[in-house]
Design a protein around this ligand. Structure first.
Ligand code: WTA
Length: 632
């Protein structure tokens, strides 16, 4: 691949070229993929008009690029390595040939159930090979996949099914997670009872645990009954470059989660290009990303990115703490993993468990370490670098978002000179800028501001499912002609970027995005709750914790309902959004126009009360004192 960056000089040339000769640059990358018909135009549209297109007129199927393309040279190479939850259970391996076969069978299974191009299919599954196979099977038949993380509640699942109008759901009987099982089918049944889910005609259940489940006649079917008899050949559907590939829901600062919509060719090129250049995986390497396929990281860097590059991808069913805090390192040792990609929250948790869990494993196979999902603090970075990477493995601190499709700002392994806690430099094609509150670009280094991207890139979201106006409002209206990330950043004297965190009302808890409004809405469902306000505060392991200020009906005894409030959050969203602290208050600080001043609540939760800033616009400043007195 002549586009693979191999040196700092290559990077500089590629970066310059990507901005100056955008069309020929991406055209050359795209040439190395398999097309049923070449594109007419590499790029058209712009951020101002929200009409971005890449490789318009091209025809392709992403799975032919993930699988068929490799059969000749890599047919017997392992494509997928599956490490089960229980270390003594069977490891599974699929070669490219076997994965191709499995995906074809699953595609035929979907077709036999009436799934057609453009239909939405919801995947609510645990981390088993059949999830990755289902993702690819959807793409092969042209169905739009929408994976919902297995930790979301029935109500959250129902909301997503309703929004995308899924025709079919694939789930597991249950999933293993550490020493627990998650009853996925049961939760799914509960979701499907709701009238919002009327679009669902069929449910395919893959048996993983052997959990007893109820199968609804005419609707529910077992994977094993359908799969085995299918033909192992399935012609890939012809997709237009801009046909929808998937929807993935993510939280914003207001309202319900947004269905982020990605299309086929641009996403494919971006996932493939960024994977190859950031991780620098070579032919015999063994790559492992610990994310769940329910998040974007699992889409781009467990599924599409590695397979598009003919790499071996590892899928892990379990959790970092089971059977003990040495599990990650034991897996690295067992399989001789070369590339390891995880989230800072996991690093911090394992760091807390002590060095012994690391030191008794052989980690000498490791070549590259990666970090994703939240800012990595220097202490965690140093621990990762020194203890896991033995001071020789480069760390790629990759900044990106569900919306960006793939990595945007990151060191390239072994090429970019890294700096602890800095995502460093933009990938080719990415033009980041920092803007001040007025929306003016901050020029020169060092600088600080809100992070925006100045021009369209192939992997960017094309819209929010069913709500193009919300897409424009959320991302493209705050700063004219730019994509607004919602993150703040600093640039040092060398132009390296450090992402400082969200500047909107989105929390990042253990690397999971959670909207404060969603948590508030859930809390407010409790009959005794009058009003609530949720903010984030620094948490040693999770990065951010959730702090909820809650006003309840005076007649009710406060302490009794904390668990019930948590229950509401579990019911409406899922355990990942559980408040860490709940403080009952009698009032919230509001402006004269009735707006809650979150800035103040944030400062109180963060113990930064020395300087509360201007409180003169408050309707009743004494409220602040009272809240501070009751701080937990
Ligand atoms: C945050 C995850 C600092 C950021 C891929 C972003 C990061 C949000 C980093 C997107 C990083 C992601 N350093 N912050 N390396 N990577 N973030 O959509 O706030 O789940 O906006 O995508 O995570 O989260 P999402």
């Amino acid at each position: 691949m002549e586009w693979k960056i191999k040196s700092w000089k290559d990077y500089q040339t590629a970066y310059k070229n990507s901005l100056e000769n955008t069309e020929s640059f991406w055209g050359n990358v795209a040439e190395t993929f398999l097309w049923q018909k070449k594109w007419d135009k590499v790029h058209s549209g712009n951020l101002t008009e929200a009409n971005v297109k890449w490789f318009e007129g091209g025809k392709l199927n992403i799975t032919e690029n993930c699988l068929d393309r490799h059969l000749k040279d890599r047919g017997d190479k392992v494509a997928l390595l599956f490490e089960p939850n229980d270390p003594s259970d069977q490891v599974q391996k699929y070669t490219y040939k076997q994965l191709h076969e499995a995906v074809c069978k699953a595609s035929n299974m979907l077709k036999a159930q009436g799934v057609k191009k453009g239909d939405r299919v919801c995947l609510y599954m645990s981390m088993v090979p059949e999830l990755l196979i289902s993702v690819l099977a959807c793409a092969r038949v042209g169905a739009v996949h929408s994976v919902v993380f297995g930790g979301f509640s029935a109500e959250a699942l129902a909301g997503r099914i309703e929004d995308c109008g899924a025709k079919l759901v694939i789930t597991n009987d249950a999933g293993f997670r550490g020493n627990k099982t998650v009853k996925l089918k049961k939760i799914c049944d509960e979701a499907l009872l709701k009238k919002e889910c009327a679009s669902v005609e069929k449910v395919i259940v893959h048996k993983r645990v052997g959990e007893e489940v109820t199968m609804k006649e005419g609707r529910d079917l077992w994977w094993h009954d359908l799969f085995a008899s299918q033909s192992s050949e399935c012609k890939a559907e012809v997709m237009d470059s801009e046909d929808d590939l998937f929807i993935l829901y993510t939280s914003g600062s207001t309202g319900k989660p947004k269905g982020i919509k990605h299309t086929t060719a641009g996403y494919m090129i971006w996932a493939a290009y960024t994977f190859a250049n950031v991780f620098q995986v070579e032919e015999n390497d063994l790559y492992w990303c610990t994310a769940d396929i329910g998040w974007i990281t699992g889409h781009s860097y467990i599924t599409y990115g590695p397979l598009l590059n003919g790499a071996t991808t590892t899928m892990f069913e379990g959790v970092p703490s089971f059977p003990d805090a040495g599990r990650f390192w034991q897996v690295v040792d067992k399989h001789k993993i070369t590339h390891f990609y995880t989230a800072p929250t996991a690093i911090r948790a394992l760091m807390g468990a002590g060095a012994d869990f690391v030191l008794d494993k052989d980690l000498s196979s490791l070549k590259v370490l990666g970090s994703v999902g939240e800012p990595i603090n220097e202490e965690a970075w140093d621990w990762y670098h020194d203890l896991v990477g033995k001071k020789v493995c480069p760390i790629v601190d990759t900044w990106w978002q569900t919306e960006t499709g793939g990595i945007m700002i990151s060191p390239l392994a072994g090429i970019t000179k890294e700096k602890a806690s800095f995502a460093t430099y933009p990938l080719p094609g990415i033009e980041p800028v920092l803007v001040d509150e007025k929306g003016d670009e901050v020029v020169g280094d060092p600088a600080e501001g809100n992070l925006c991207i100045k021009r369209a890139w192939p992997g960017m979201l094309r819209s929010i499912w069913g709500d193009h106006n919300r897409f424009i409002e959320t991302y493209l209206s705050t700063y004219k002609g730019m994509y607004f990330t919602g993150d703040g950043a600093r640039r040092d004297e060398d132009g390296k970027y450090r992402i400082t965190g969200r500047v909107d009302d989105v929390l990042n808890v253990s690397g999971h995005r959670i909207g404060t409004a969603e948590v508030e809405n859930a809390i407010n469902e409790h009959p005794f709750v009058i009003e609530s306000a949720v903010v984030g505060y620094p948490h040693d392991i999770k990065g951010q914790g959730i702090y909820a200020y809650v006003i309840i009906d005076e007649e009710q005894a406060a302490s009794d309902i904390k668990d019930e409030i948590i229950g509401e959050v579990n019911r409406h969203i899922g355990p990942i959004a559980k408040p860490d602290k709940i403080q009952f208050v009698t009032d919230l600080p509001k402006t004269r126009s009735g707006k809650i001043m979150r800035r103040i609540l944030r400062k109180i939760a963060c113990d930064e009360t020395d300087n509360l800033g201007d409180t003169s616009t408050l309707l009743d400043p004494s409220v602040v004192e009272k809240i501070m007195d009751g701080k937990i």
